[in-house]
Ligand binder design. Sequence first.
Ligand SMILES: NC(=O)c1ccc[n+]([C@@H]2O[C@H](COP(=O)([O-])OP(=O)(O)OC[C@H]3O[C@@H](n4cnc5c(N)ncnc54)[C@H](O)[C@@H]3O)[C@@H](O)[C@H]2O)c1
Length: 238
Amino acid sequence: MRLDLAGKAVLITGAGSGIGLACARAFLAEGARVGMVDRVAPPLLPGEVVVARADVTDETEVAEAVRVVAESFGGLDVVVGCAGVSGPVGRALADTSAADFAAVLAVNVTGQFLVAKHARPWLGRGSAMVFLASDSAFVAAPGMVPYCASKGAVVSLTRALSVEFDDVRVNCVCPSVVDTPMARGDLGDVLDDPAFPVQAADDVAQHVLYLASARSRTVDGQAVLADFGMSARSGFPA
Ligand SMILES: NC(=O)c1ccc[n+]([C@@H]2O[C@H](COP(=O)([O-])OP(=O)(O)OC[C@H]3O[C@@H](n4cnc5c(N)ncnc54)[C@H](O)[C@@H]3O)[C@@H](O)[C@H]2O)c1
């Protein structure tokens, strides 16, 4: 499929690791220009890259990082919100504090809101935002209450922003477990069990590229669930 992303100006949060880094590599491979925003220094990538440090929970830092990237490229065509944390995975609800809950929402929800707010003035007609939500917006495992709540909010944020903007498409991707440092940290070697369906960061990046490209021009306000069909199965005993 021809994506026609060459020369596009792309800003990616959470570009220092995992899915965000895979997105940066995939956009660069298409000839796009990439602004890598993260609270940590990302690896050096070949191509037209601008690096800007920001904690996505800090409005001043987000505004400045967006400005640096957008001014370098003379505007933005695509914004990808990947920065996220899993929070206290596996912790019982009784041991989860309000501060734990708020910390997850601050990065996963407020962080996406702030990037959308500050990138909006730099985006023109035909541009696109793509957020990383998760299958955890729709299904749950025990011990993931803050994370599931945050990803449900990203799906609603996506819909609300797609209605808010009439010239910017806004969609989100909702992958099941992806082999990244985040998932390795939470789940460890279970990711190597062939019975456990795990996707690669580049699988997710390819969905992001499609949603960022004009090939998906009729798709707006949607949550693309990529979970190997797990959530489609009923409880019927067959
Ligand atoms: N790995 C999975 O199984 C999986 C599945 C579904 C959705 N996701 C989502 O994909 C996104 C990327 O996750 P990943 O697995 O690549 O994780 P990761 O930990 O490998 O990468 C996350 C990146 O976000 C950055 N980040 C975290 N908090 C930040 C902050 N406050 N400000 C700026 N940058 C910050 C980190 O520094 C890191 O570079 C997240 O939103 C995550 O919830 C991951």
